[in-house]
Structure formats: structure tokens, C-alpha cells
Design a protein around this ligand. Sequence first.
Ligand code: ADP
Ligand code: ZN
Ligand code: ZN
Length: 751
Amino acid sequence: MRYADIVLPLAQPAYTFAVPEGMAVEPGRAVAVQFGPRKFYTGIVWRVHDRRPDFKRIKSIERTLYDAPLLTERQMRLWEWVASYYMCTTGEVMRVALPSLVKPSGTTEEEFAADEFRPRTERYLSLAPELCDEERFDELCERLERRAPKQYAALLEIAAAGGGGRGAAGEVARRLLAADAAVLHALEGKGFIRSVARERTVERGAATFRLPELTSAQREALAALEAQFAEGRSTALLHGVTGSGKTEIYIHLIAGVLARGGDVLLLVPEIALTAQLIERMERIFGSRVTAYHSKLAPRRRTETYLRLNRSEGGEFVVGARSAIFLPLKRLQLIVVDEEHDASYKQNDPAPRYNARDCAVMAARLFGGRTLLGSATPSLETWLNARSGKYGSATLAERYGDARPPEVLVSDTIRAARRGERQGHFNKLLLDRLEETLARGEQAMLFQNRRGFAPYVSCTECGWTARCPDCNVTLTYHKASQRLVCHYCGHTEAVPAKCPSCAVTEVVPMGFGTEKVAEQIAGLFPEARVARLDRDSATSERAFGAVVADFAARRTDILVGTQMITKGFDFGGVTLVGLLNADNLLNNPDFRAAERAFQLMTQVAGRAGRRAEPGTVVIQTSEPGHPVIRQVAAGDYEAMARAQLEERRTFFYPPYARLVQLTLRHRDPMLLREGIVELAARLRARFGRRVLGPMTPPVDRIRGEWIAGLLLKIESGASAARARELLGGELRRFGAEARFKSLTVVCDVDPQ
Ligand code: ADP
Ligand code: ZN
Ligand code: ZN
């Protein structure tokens, strides 16, 4: 008897099933199995063996799905690495790695069958085999030409499209023919043509690549990277200032791999950006570009997955983080654009993986190459490049006539004292804005808070509106006249009078993008103002419309959150204003300074990307803050050195690895008991490497209280061993009756 260990999309280890006599199964194969409460699942065969498991009733595999394995050997090894490194099950990896429609499920067999993916079919037409005989074809043509000219035309069309020349019996897609349905129907009825329905194959066009000519600096960087890769280095960093043409270098490397029949994966941090980059890549690589991200319709994602699974190579996929799990059999190059971006990390739910690190690992496991690109690399990557573990190349200057933007730091407190402040704008910024608009150029204003005001408060007694289920203030949204919780979505009306003292009205405090947009529209009534944040970009289309209007200069000023910072290449923007740098700097996170530098530099990078020089105005109450000075000087290295020094002193990444443990429960007493107990047990094993218990900045979300522990593992120690010990402790802890109801989350390399 043969058995198969099968991975199911659950937070459980692989489960063993019996393989029915005569069923062909192999690792990577998708199968239907009956299991647990949901009953019918799609599972992946992981291992086939003959060791009978020691449970009593062993179920058999119901049947196999698809006619080829869904996973390559490489993908299986990547899943295993992700599961082991991020401390989850391969079943949890399966949840993100396979598109939803690929893995049907159901409570009954019928439901399962109904859930199965059915490829779109299409009709193909060909001449009847008899007509391959030239004489008979001619004869028929003559007859039809006189009696049924339309049928004659259609017949010629099919013959021509089906391989050129009369008599050829090639197939042609119905969709490509001009002939009427009735005419084709008549031909088929008379037996002159054959028609079959077959799976619609998405053609991948043969492309002629139009490569940009590189500048000498770009050529040097490309040559350096190619040499390092050729020497066997699997990962390299391309550190190039914004607008230096990193994308042009990607393009040349990508073309090289495609020309040799290899596959390429280009990872981009957010769907927001994908659209612009895909368009740019399509201009070069035509229909060779395949998009893959979460905003694609489920059917498209599935079709793409299955098509790639059958492909023989030469694929170019541009995708968001989950694209790292696609079946690219000849993957030779992964490019990770904006590699420092935190959105490469999936925070919730498991697998809490970082696609950038998976890309580095994939290159190491499978002999491919990974290129990490950024203007502001993560300190982890920068240190790896500097120490020689990664290869590296640098682009220090912007392309063409574009100069680095002039950065002006504007002191908010001084401006207020001098009466040089209107609303949330210092005079300096307003003056520049006026000049910019007068020249017919565009501006972007950045504020990292959405909504109108981050909280409302009573000026009399100090009461602030808070979420009943989360320990945060409610944000005031003026357009909808509501108070909204940005953690759980709870909304309520603004109270007419302070509910606490009933003396005065409550007033909005602080400011978000909505307020910025309103104030700026008031100050510049002539200007066309648009807003880009999660409230305004409710759909991909709404987002695209705002971006398209700004790109076509139908709007003058774009106000936005993080959404406007990354990657955009708008030629008309010459002024960028950062309205409040303080809340970026004063984050309690150990990465606050690095992130603030990255964000401010990225925002600044949107200004002056063409010949017209750009200006950046940073408003802050701490103009002397070292990070502000480093941003103003465009000095990444000064920031990196200073931050690395601190990280070394306080023992944070890249000098230590972190595992963040989070416990959640509705009962704060039980939570306290649990976290204290877990802390004690972990201390017994890991000693001073355990920090906490600690209370996160927001210690209650959706009615659940939250407490955390942090495990710091020194770089030299075996991280694998630490994960193993930790995993054991967590399993024991979770199995105990009194702690069973606690939610335990384990986040390796938290962002
Ligand atoms: P980065 O990715 O480093 O921010 P981009 O690749 O977006 O920089 O380049 C910035 C701008 O300069 C783009 O508009 C790009 O088309 C242009 N550019 C850069 N290098 C070249 C080149 N070699 N030839 C033509 N245009 C270039
Ligand atoms: Zn009050
Ligand atoms: Zn809430």
C-alpha cells in the first residue's frame, strides 16, 4: 500500500492519506481529499511513501486534479523554507501561494465539483479533411463563388488563416474571423468545415524589445552587476538615487535573461505602483509582460498561474509580493524594486513572510540571481552590500538634465511665532506654491494621516473621542461628518456637545489629508486640487483616475498620504511639500529614523524629475533633527552610519534577529496571566534575549487586549535552533487548558 503526505490549506502539518490502487500521484500534484469539518479540500501531495501512519481509519485520496503537478520541486522547497523560517505550516503558505480558484473546496462532493476551475473555452474552426485535396477545394470554391458568395468568402478566410494557401487544414480561432455566425453555421452544416471547443490559450506575443540606450554611468553599473553575477554572487544591490534610471538597468538585465529563454520576476511593493511600471515595461517588452497581483480578478490570477505552470520559459512577470510563489520553472532573475519597502512583508495572517527575503533565498536555493533596487536601501541590505555578502552598484546622479531637488527646511514654531503661518502651512511653502502655480507647474503635498483631523477634543475638559473597541482616538472625516476608527472601521456621529462636561462643542484637532486639501483649496481658489489616500482611492479605477488626471496635468495640486510617495514619475511636479515631518520622526519604533529618511527622500524624489529644477519644503518643529539634516543633504550614508551605530549599541537588526510574539484576548486578566507565564518560560530558555512583557502603542483592537514579547537573537547564534526551541515552547503553552483560548501570533523579522 502506498501513502501520501498531503498539505491542506490549514494551520496544520501535512496529513497522511492512502493512495488508491492504480492512481498516479507524485509530489506537487493537486488532489481532492475528504478531511475535517469543511470535508472536501484541495491538497498538495508532498511525499509518497509506504509507511502506514498509526491512526486507525486512513482515508483515501478521492481523485487527482489537473493533468500536471501544480508545484515544481523548487516551489515545494521554497514553501518549506518559508514555513520553517516564518514558523508556520506549509498549509498556511498554500493559502497565499496558490490563487483561490485553483484550490476548490466544499462540504459535499457536488459542492467541491461545482467549485472547480473551468477554463474558458473557445471555438476553433478548420477545413474538413477532404478539402485538403486541392482539386476538391477548387471545385467547391467554384461552386460557392457563384451560388453563395458569403460562404465562399468565409471558406477562403478560414483556409488562409488556417495556415495560408488553399487546402491547408490548420485551426483558426472563431474570434479572429470576420465571417457571420450564420454563414459559418451553414458551412459547418454542409460538412465543409469542422468546429471544436477548446481551452482558450492566452497567446504570449513574440516581442521585439526596444531597449533604452544607457548613459555611461548606467552602463558601468550594469557591467558591474553582470560581472558580479557572473562570478557567482547570487544577490546584488543597485543603489541609485531617485530618477537615476534604475529601471533602465533592470530592463537590460531582464532582456538578457528573456533572450536566453529564462524567466524573470519583477517584484514591486504595491499594486498602486504596478500599473505605472507595467505600462512602462509593456512599452519595451510588449505582450511579453504578465501582471500578477491581488487586484486582478480571481479568474485572471488562476489562468495566469495555470498558464505559467505549463510554460516552457521566457516569461516576464511583474507582480506584488505573492508573485514570488508562481511556478516559473526557468526563473533566472528576480528584481525587487524599492526593496526597502515594508509592504513586501505580509503582517497578517500567516505566513508572515517578506517577499524580498524570499527572493534572496530563492536565488540562493536555485542558482538564480536577485537584484535589489532602491534609492534608500534597508539597512540590512546596505550592510550586506558593504560587507561584500551582496554585490553592489551605485548610480549617484539623476538621468539627463534633472538635478537633485533643492531641500528647504521650514521651522513651524518660528513661523507661528512670527505670524507667518496660515492654516497648516508656513509662509515659505505658500510662497513657493504660488510661484509654482504661476509657472504652470504642479505640486504634491504630503501628510501621513488621512481624514480631516486625527482626533476631536473638548477645549473645556480635554475629553477626546475614542473607539469603544480599540484603544485609539477616532479620526474625524468631514465629508461624511463621521468619527471613524482606523483600526476596526467603527464609525459614529460627532457629538453636538461634549459628552463629558456638556459645556462646549468638541473641536477637530491636528490635521489629515482631507483638511489639507480643504485649506489649500481655500487659499488657492484657482488651483485644481485632488486628494489621493485610502478614502479617495476606494477602487483601482478611482485611484487610476486621480493619477491619470494629475499625470495629464488636469489637476495642479495633489494632496496625499504614503500613496503619493513611491515610484511615481510625474514630469510636471516641481514642488513637493511635507506638511509635518514631526510625526514621522517621533515614532516609537526602532526603525523610525530609517523609515522617516526613506519616506522623506522618496517624497522629495517626486520633485523636478525633468529639466525644470525641483524644490522640496519640509515643515518641522525640529529643524535641527539629524534625520532632517541628512534628508536635506541627500546624505543616505550619513543616515545609515548613524543608525547602524545605534542598532549595534542597542542590539537591533541587522545585528540581531527579532521574533515578535503577540498574545490577544478579550479578558485582560487572563492575558496578563498568560503573557507573564510565557515570558517566564521563555526566559528560562533564552535568558536576557527575551524582552517584555510589553504593551504596544495600541493595546486594544476590536475588543481584544494585546500584549507582546520580543525575542532578540544575536546574528552569530543559530536562528534555526532558536526557532525550534521557541516553536516547542509555544506548542506546549498553546496546548494547556488555561491558555488555550489565547491567540498567539509569532512574527519573525517583524517590520
Ligand atoms: P529610478 O527608477 O532610478 O527612479 P527611472 O528609471 O524612473 O529612475 O528614470 C527616471 C527618468 O529618467 C525616467 O523618466 C526615465 O525614462 C528617464 N531615463 C533614465 N535613464 C534613461 C535612459 N538611459 N534613456 C532615456 N531615458 C532615461
Ligand atoms: Zn468637555
Ligand atoms: Zn476601533
